[in-house]
Design a protein around this ligand. Structure first.
Ligand code: NAP
Ligand code: GDD
Length: 363
């Protein structure tokens, strides 16, 4: 008999990659989705209909839905990925973020206990490098002190500690992966990397004039999401429950990411000015393509994330450099150049259709 896994947040970037990964390993995969007025299942559309892939409505704010689901599915492994995952949004919706990202974790742990699965079900919690926040050392490892620096990070801090508490109090196999930023062609469009690769592609195709960003000097350790979901699985296959830092061990600025993304669409940028006056200029034409907008500044910003993945490498045998920074940017740009080309073709068809309707050809 294959194992059964439950993924909360299966419609997200990581959830979709993890579902693919577990299906390939022969798992029976169950995922949670939320009701919304527009059905947004783009990332998992290719998995729907597979016999081992099952979707269930549930919400992290609704403990009864979690208890009922976990009791019905009786998973061997739970990957708790569901979260309000946008740091900037957490300043606007701090209470909701705490409900989902902090208390939501407790709801999953308690549901497992109430269903009598505490000694059989292994639980992975999607923790984050944002816990290091206003960093107290670089690079950061499993022993670096936490200093969360946003409502999102404070909520995730609760999640981290409640997982540790249940591990020690009830001897449950539950652990946190402290994941540094990981990106992909499926990344949400308001995270900085995807915002950049989409904008560079649209600018290249003449569909956008300029890209506005916040802090260009912010530093991140960016990896490829497809590589990171493998590590989530490895953490649950380890002989004992432990927390791991997952990162590439390499750091780049938002400015560098931007430079490389534009390079891959065929535009070389040069930077002029400083702070809010800094601009990214097309060397060939002199056009200003990137500007800073204070709208994207955060009340408190985390600016120096750099992970040390030595433990995951040594203990789990995980390869943190499977996809390089350069390859990651290229994958995302290639995807978004193709996406914009398809959008352009769609626009042309819609324009024709509008003409047809106007001329009364189609009624
Ligand atoms: P994501 O793309 O934003 O996906 C989040 C998922 O959570 C989506 O499926 C979303 O559903 C679901 N969700 C949100 N609120 C929910 C609620 N109230 N009830 C049930 N489901 C809810 O995030 P991601 O990048 O895949 O990240 C996955 C997890 O890893 C998150 O917990 C995130 O905080 C954490 N993390 C991410 C990174 C990173 O760099 N990507 C790094 C460290 C930690 P909808 O599709 O309906 O919105
Ligand atoms: N989103 C965004 N938009 N960020 C910008 C922009 C912009 O226009 N301009 C500069 N930035 C800076 C932010 O201030 C931040 O310092 C950095 O780019 C990265 O921002 P995001 O891509 O939004 O990601 P994040 O690091 O805040 O959060 C992501 O990674 C965390 C792990 O460290 C999310 O995936 C979190 O869920 C995850 O926990």
């Amino acid at each position: 008999m294959g194992k059964t896994a439950l993924i909360t947040g299966v419609t997200g970037q990581d959830g979709s990659f993890l579902a693919e990964f577990l299906l390939e390993k022969g798992y029976d995969v169950h995922g949670t989705i939320r009701r919304s007025s527009v059905d947004f299942r783009e990332r998992i559309a290719h998995l729907e209909g597979k016999p081992n892939f099952h979707l269930h409505y549930s919400d992290m704010t609704d403990s009864m839905s979690l208890v009922a689901l976990i009791g019905r599915v009786r998973p061997d492994e739970i990957y708790n990925l569901a979260a309000q995952s946008h740091v900037q949004v957490s300043f606007d919706s701090p209470e909701y973020t705490a409900d989902v990202d902090a208390v939501g974790v407790l709801r999953v742990l308690e549901a497992v206990r109430q269903c009598g699965l505490e000694s059989t079900c292994r639980i992975y919690q999607a923790s984050t490098s944002e816990l290091y926040g206003k960093v107290e050392e670089v690079p950061q490892n499993e022993n670096t002190p936490f200093h969360p620096y946003s409502p999102y990070a404070v909520a995730k801090q609760y999640g981290f500690w409640i997982v540790k508490e249940y591990r020690e109090a009830y001897n449950m196999f539950c652990c946190s992966g402290i994941l540094f930023n990981h990106e992909s062609e499926r990344r949400g469009e308001t995270f900085v990397t995807r915002k950049i690769t989409l904008a560079a592609s649209r600018i290249r195709h003449g569909k956008q004039d300029k890209l506005y960003l916040g802090n260009l000097s912010s530093l991140r350790d960016w990896g490829y999401a497809r590589d990171y979901v493998e590590c989530m699985w490895m953490i649950l296959q380890h002989e004992k429950p432990e927390d791991f830092v997952i990162a590439t061990g390499e750091q780049h600025s938002v400015r560098e990411f931007c430079q490389l993304a534009f390079h891959y669409v065929g535009i070389e940028l040069e930077w002029q000015g400083e702070g809010a006056d800094e601009k990214g200029i097309d060397k060939a034409t002199g056009r200003v393509l990137v500007e800073v907008s204070p709208d994207f500044y955060r009340p408190t910003d985390v600016v120096n994330l750099w992970g040390d993945p030595s433990k995951a490498k040594r203990v789990l045998g995980w390869n943190p450099q499977k996809t390089t920074f350069d390859q990651l940017v290229k994958i995302m740009v290639q995807h978004d150049m193709a996406k914009v080309a398809v959008e352009n073709a769609g626009d042309a068809i819609r324009i024709n259709l509008a003409e047809y309707l106007e001329k009364g050809i189609v009624k």
